[in-house]
Design a protein. Structure first.
Length: 48
């Protein structure tokens, strides 16, 4: 896995907030709370 570019994450989140890209029953998004990277590995298993 490549290292995360923190500045790019901040910039993307700022753009999402500026563009009001998501709707919510709680109102508009107005600030960044957190970010995380989740990695998932899938491996097929032969059963026969």
């Amino acid at each position: 896995m490549e290292p995360v570019n923190v500045a790019s994450v901040h910039a993307a989140m700022d753009e999402i907030i500026a563009q009001n890209a998501f709707t919510s029953t709680g109102g508009d998004l107005v600030e960044k709370k957190s970010a995380r990277l989740v990695e998932s590995i899938v491996e097929d298993i032969e059963l026969g």
